[in-house]
Design a protein around this ligand. Structure first.
Ligand code: SF4
Length: 318
C-alpha cells in the first residue's frame, strides 16, 4: 500500500523569455573552455569571466584559475580578460610581461570603448551613465585619459554636475542598465545640456533590454517573481527592480537552495527569469525544487528568438 502524499498546492509558473545567457556571456565562456583545451590547464582569468558562481565553479573545476589582478598571474601562462572589459593598461601590462592573453570582452562593450576613444579624439568631454565600481565602468573609464569622462548614476547627479564646457559634451552608458531609469537620467542630461551628443545607437545592449521587456510582459500575471542571478550581476539586479516596479514582489536567487519558501508563500502564479550570466540548467533546478512543493503548470512566454552569436577570437578557432 502506498502512503498518502499530502496534496500539493497548484502553481502556475510563467517563465520569461528571452532570459539567461546572452551572446557575450556565451562567447566568454567558450573562450575559457577552448583556451583550456588548447593550452591545457591552468588558464588564468582576470576577474570572474561572467558574474555567476555556478559558471565560475564549473570552469574552475576544468582548470581555470580566477584572479583579480594581473600581478597574480605567473609568467608563462595564458590569461583571459572577462566579458566586462578591462582598462587599456591591463593588456598593455600583459604585453610588457610577455603574457599570452585572450580578450573575452563582449563586442558590445568594446563598441562603447571605441565610441569613448573617438569622442575624446574629437575633443568632447563624456558624461558616462553607469554604476560606480562595476568592472565594466572601470574598463570603459580606462579607455580614456583621466578626467575626460564624468560618471553619473542618477537624475540627482545630473542636477549636481559642474562641467567646464557644456557646449562640448557627449554621453555614453553602461550596457546593463535599467532601460527606464536610464531614460530618466538621459532626459535630465538633455534638458540641462541641450547640446550634448547622443551615441549613434543605444548603448544598453539588446540582451539587457529584451530581458527587462520579457519581465514586464509577464508581470501582470504573476504574484511573485524569482530572478536567477548573482548579487554582483548588474543586469540581474535590474530584472528584480523591473518586476518590483510592475508591482510584483521579486527575489534574486543564485540557485534553488536560495528560495525563501516563507516569502514565496502559495501564489497561484509565479514568474521566473534569469539574468544574462545565469545558465538554463539553473532554471531547471529551480523548477525541480518548486515541483517538490507544488503541482506545477509550466508555461514559457512567447517570444522572438534572439539568434545572435559573436565570433570567437581567431587564435582559438584556427
Ligand atoms: Fe554583452 Fe549585453 Fe551580454 Fe553584457 S549583457 S555580455 S553587453 S550581450
Amino acid at each position: 500500500m502506498h502512503a498518502m502524499l499530502p496534496d500539493r498546492p497548484d502553481l502556475h509558473v510563467v517563465i520569461a523569455a528571452p532570459r539567461g545567457f546572452c551572446a557575450g556571456v556565451d562567447r566568454a565562456i567558450k573562450i575559457v573552455e577552448l583556451a583550456i583545451e588548447r593550452y591545457g590547464p591552468p588558464v588564468y582569468v582576470r576577474h570572474e569571466i561572467v558574474h555567476n558562481k555556478f559558471v565560475v565553479d564549473r570552469l574552475r573545476s576544468m582548470g581555470a584559475v580566477f584572479v583579480e589582478e594581473l600581478d597574480q598571474v605567473p609568467d608563462g601562462v595564458p590569461v583571459i580578460f572577462s566579458a566586462h572589459g578591462v582598462p587599456k593598461s591591463v593588456p598593455a601590462e600583459a604585453q610588457d610581461r610577455g603574457l599570452d592573453y585572450l580578450d573575452a570582452t563582449c563586442p558590445l562593450v568594446s563598441k562603447v570603448h571605441r565610441q569613448a576613444q573617438r569622442l575624446i579624439e574629437a575633443g568632447r568631454h563624456i558624461v558616462f551613465v553607469g554604476h560606480a565600481g562595476h568592472p565594466e565602468v572601470i574598463g570603459t573609464f580606462g579607455q580614456v585619459p583621466p578626467g575626460s569622462m564624468t560618471l553619473v548614476e542618477t537624475v540627482e547627479d545630473v542636477a549636481n554636475l559642474t562641467l567646464d564646457d557644456p557646449e562640448n559634451l557627449a554621453f555614453l552608458t553602461q550596457t546593463t542598465l535599467s532601460v527606464d531609469d536610464t531614460a530618466a537620467v538621459l532626459a535630465a542630461l538633455q534638458q540641462r545640456f541641450p547640446a550634448i551628443r547622443a551615441p549613434l545607437s543605444e548603448d544598453i545592449c539588446y540582451a539587457t533590454s529584451n530581458r527587462q521587456a520579457a519581465v514586464k510582459a509577464i508581470a501582470a500575471r504573476c504574484e511573485r517573481m524569482l530572478v536567477i542571478g548573482a548579487p554582483n550581476s548588474s543586469n540581474s539586479l535590474r530584472l528584480v527592480e523591473v518586476a518590483e516596479r510592475e508591482g510584483v514582489p521579486a527575489a534574486l536567487i543564485q540557485r534553488a537552495a536560495d528560495i525563501e519558501w516563507e516569502w514565496l508563500g502559495e501564489p497561484s502564479a509565479l514568474g521566473l527569469t534569469a539574468g544574462a550570466s545565469a545558465p538554463e540548467v539553473l532554471v531547471q533546478e529551480v523548477l525541480d525544487a518548486l515541483g517538490t512543493r507544488f503541482t506545477l503548470r509550466v508555461e514559457e512566454a512567447e517570444h522572438v528568438p534572439e539568434g545572435l552569436t559573436f565570433k570567437l577570437p581567431r587564435e582559438l578557432v584556427a
